[in-house]
Design a protein around this ligand. Structure first.
Ligand SMILES: [Mg+2]
Length: 368
């Protein structure tokens, strides 16, 4: 089998927050680059990519262009030799990476190759990568954002429980100057709104100093967070380790790291108790799996970052997969999405990613 053609399309989806109906800035969009790789066997693999948080906006064209240029270089290659394809792309692009636009672009190609591999072997991605379980717990994310009011969050959090979620994530580092008392108030308010039996995570998105993370982290230990995420600069491995040591709450991090090597340093320094791997910054499924294996060797669980429809396979496939972030930003792209039952995602059985682009959505929101 050889790769015969590639189609690249940028999609600009309107931003929505469907989980609890939170407000969205007028005109906000989620920008995604889609890729289809065709083969002489008739099998087509699909991939996609985006910048962090899908906020491509004014610079998405650079990513589209990079995906187009790299995918043109794989025509004529055997799609099942994934390491050979990726190795060639690294070489021909002057060993760009592991970071920046290159990581995001090569991720789309790597994902499409895994989809082809699944379809060629008639195996779901979850089975291809290990098949550890057939259901995986998922947490609601994107509904309790730091920009929302206390009043909105107090109403939104119980709505997520009503929808069947047993886990959900809030954000701290509220807008304005950091005030520990306001941070504590928000955390307690959400915990009171959902009761003691729901797992509650909290994302700080690197906004605090090490000192603030220890101070506020200690003040909210009675909220019993399931984890606290990206408490300070993601590459301050020693600073993160100080926070992880000081708190009984597990510290999660990793979504901002490019490639596999930073995870080595993070794990060796014991900077994180839970590793969050971003599929795009990692550079695709191939490095994602290598990072997950490294985490297993360090007794560290792995969680996913956005894109639940794809990560359900990866988190379910590996033995140290903990939970899938359920954020709805990319879900309108697909004909069909994984089923959720009692707060768990049922792992799809279809070959490969088990996903098909929704042609109507692609037509309507495709950027010309
Ligand atoms: Mg995060």
């Amino acid at each position: 089998m050889i790769i015969t053609h590639a189609r690249v399309q940028t999609i600009r989806l309107p931003a929505v927050e469907p989980l609890a109906g939170g407000p969205v800035a007028p005109g906000a969009s989620r920008d995604i680059v889609t890729l289809t790789l065709g083969t002489d066997d008739g099998i087509e693999g699909i991939g996609l990519t985006y910048y962090g948080g899908f906020y491509g906006g004014p610079v998405i064209a650079s990513l589209t262009s990079m995906v187009e240029q790299l995918s043109a270089l794989v025509i004529g290659m055997d799609p099942l030799r994934i390491e050979a394809v990726i190795g060639k792309l690294r070489l021909l692009s002057g060993n760009l990476g592991p970071g920046g636009v290159f990581a995001h672009a090569i991720a789309a190609i790597d994902i499409a190759l895994w989809d082809i591999k699944g379809k060629a072997t008639n195996l779901s991605l979850a089975k291809l990568v290990g098949g550890h379980r057939d259901r995986v717990v998922t947490y609601a994310s994107g509904a309790l954002m730091r920009g929302y009011t206390n009043e909105h969050c107090a109403k939104a959090a119980p709505k997520l429980v009503e929808k069947g979620f047993r886990q959900m994530k809030m954000q701290l580092a509220l807008p304005g100057n950091t005030n520990p008392l306001r941070e504590v108030e928000r955390a307690r308010l959400i915990r009171e709104a959902i009761g003691p039996d729901i797992d509650l995570m909290c994302d700080v998105n690197q906004h605090w100093s090490v000192h603030q993370a220890i101070d506020i982290g200690k003040r909210i230990e009675d909220v019993h967070l399931y984890w606290i995420e990206d408490v300070t600069a993601h590459d301050d491995f020693a600073g993160l380790a100080r926070v992880a040591d000081a708190l009984s709450t597990p510290v999660a991090g990793g979504e901002y790291a490019y490639g596999a090597v930073p995870f080595r340093h993070m794990l060796e320094a014991r900077s994180v108790d839970i590793a969050m791997i971003d599929l795009m910054r990692a550079g695709g499924i191939t490095p994602w799996l290598k990072i997950a294996g490294m985490c297993e060797a360090f007794n560290v669980a792995v969680v996913s970052h956005v894109l639940p429809e794809l990560h359900v396979h990866l988190i379910a496939g590996i033995p140290n997969g903990l939970t899938v972030e359920y954020i709805a930003w990319s879900l309108p792209l697909w004909e069909e999405i994984p089923v959720m039952a009692k707060g768990e995602l049922v792992v799809p059985e279809k070959p490969g990613l088990g996903l098909t682009f929704n042609r109507e959505i692609i037509r309507r929101y495709g950027v010309v």
